[in-house]
Ligand binder design. Structure first.
Ligand SMILES: Cc1cc2nc3c(=O)[nH]c(=O)nc-3n(C[C@H](O)[C@H](O)[C@H](O)COP(=O)(O)OP(=O)(O)OC[C@H]3O[C@@H](n4cnc5c(N)ncnc54)[C@H](O)[C@@H]3O)c2cc1C
Length: 414
């Protein structure tokens, strides 16, 4: 698509937020265009089909809070089957390396930790979540490890007020054909200019001038949905500058989570469908393994925080090596020949994401509202990081896009 010289509303980014905004502006009579740096839809929602029909959601995989998740109705409309099987994160298949009584002790400590943090958050004290770990507690490493999966960072970087604001109904489903595939199908009708990286939003004039890798266009309104790190590090710039937006984005950096998909060859059925293993209960840097997701002959490993960063830096094969070694340590050396690396994510290295999902630094819980607030009623901000309660998720991103579209519509000349 060649760039038009002028639109009513330009949306920067074709992830869930940008797609949500574009779909909400359909049939409103406005000329809308989504400007997307990649050659595909979905952003951090991206499904790859691997061998043997293995579905690899490189980014988001779970429809969290599924009973309040707008993507469930979208999946039904688009005839995308939903797998309503619950995740087994709080189970250890075969109880190997993590017997039931230890799991019960961990769950008790986890509840106590969140209760302590939440009570302090209610008093308005925004402190690092790590302050609420029990001194010397045996489960601290595991609580920190789980934080790297949930927040993409260890607890010392997490604001307790923000952590407590997150809403989770604890119902988690999957789109059987992939969450990324669902987001892309929902975005298919949107007008998108691909391969178009926006570098500058110049709002010095009555009309906004948008400089991109494919040329310049003008718009009355702009909806910005790019990940916070790209605003914080000024890969995307504004003129006049918007220091309060840069500051808010820096208070909400992206944590890191990465996945590896391993093929499971030979008698894979010995493992339970949708089983789960934790690599270790004593280390912060360890994987979480989803065995035979949806019955497929595969194991999906999940890594977060500094450990994921270390493995990205270590280069090709590092995630698979750790995953295979941890699974072999739990299930036996036979698994060394049964497992084969298929695919891996490297979200920090991704130039249009630069990380996985946002967390709020201690003292920065109100940066979500600051980032979300419009500038001069013509630059609007969406994206998962602007969601007050569903941040870090794909449905939160979608809702934020719908919210920004409504704000923009209020004042678009028609
Ligand atoms: C490993 C991993 C696991 C996850 N698991 C889950 C999960 O199970 N459930 C869940 O709900 N969420 C999960 N998430 C989070 C979820 O994927 C994101 O919150 C959501 O997809 C973000 O959508 P967004 O529209 O805000 O941002 P993005 O999807 O990042 O969209 C922004 C778009 O802007 C584009 N862009 C960037 N810079 C520019 C520029 N300068 N010019 C033009 N375009 C630009 C990007 O290419 C991108 O397409 C996971 C994410 C990761 C990485």
């Amino acid at each position: 698509m060649s760039l038009p010289s002028d639109v009513d509303v330009a949306i920067i980014g074709a992830g869930a937020a940008g797609i949500g905004a574009a779909r909400a502006l359909e049939r409103t009579g406005r000329r809308v265009l989504v400007l997307e740096a990649r050659k595909r839809l979905g952003g951090r929602a991206f499904t790859r089909q691997l061998e043997h029909d293995i579905v690899f959601d490189v980014g988001c995989g779970w429809l969290h809070s599924a009973d309040r998740n707008r993507f469930v109705a979208i999946a039904e409309q688009l005839d995308f089957p939903i797998d309503r099987g619950r995740p087994h994160w709080s189970k250890q298949s075969f109880n190997v390396g993590f017997p039931k009584h230890e799991m019960a002790a961990y769950m008790r400590e986890m509840d106590a930790f969140y209760d302590r943090a939440e009570a302090a958050a209610k008093l308005g004290m925004d402190r690092p979540a790590s302050d609420f770990l029990g001194p010397g507690n045996r489960w601290n490493a595991m609580l920190n490890c789980v934080s790297t999966y949930i927040n993409g960072v260890e607890l010392d970087r997490v604001s307790i007020i923000d952590m407590s604001a997150y809403e989770d109904t604890e119902i988690n489903w999957r789109s059987a054909r992939g969450f990324g595939a669902l987001v892309a199908a929902y975005g298919a009708p949107c007008p998108v200019a691909f391969d178009t990286q926006v570098t500058l939003i110049n709002h010095s004039w009555r009309r906004i001038r948008i400089e991109t890798s494919q040329g310049t266009l003008e718009a009355d309104k702009v909806i910005v949905t790019v990940p916070t790190n790209l605003i914080g590090n000024e890969t995307l710039r504004f003129r006049p500058e918007l220091p309060q937006k840069i500051e808010a984005a820096r208070g909400l950096p992206l944590g890191l989570a990465d996945k590896v998909m391993l093929a499971l060859d030979h008698d894979g059925e010995a493992l339970p469908k949708n089983g789960h293993l934790r690599g270790s209960t004593t280390k912060v840097g360890t994987g979480s393994y989803h065995l035979r997701p949806q019955g497929l002959p595969a194991i999906e490993g999940y890594f977060g925080g500094s450990f994921a960063r270390e493995l990205e830096t270590a280069g090709e094969g590092a995630f698979a090596d750790v995953a295979i070694n941890e699974i072999v340590a739990l299930l036996g050396s036979d698994y060394r020949r049964k497992l084969r690396p298929l695919a891996v994510s490297t979200w920090e290295r991704d130039p249009f994401a630069n990380g996985s999902y946002s967390y709020a630094l201690p003292g920065h819980h109100d940066d979500r509202a600051k980032l979300a607030s419009p500038v001069d009623d013509r630059i609007f901000f969406a994206g998962e990081a602007t969601s007050p309660n569903f941040f870090s998720t794909c449905h939160g991103a979608l809702e934020s896009g719908i919210r920004a579209a409504a704000e923009a519509l209020n004042n678009v000349p028609h």
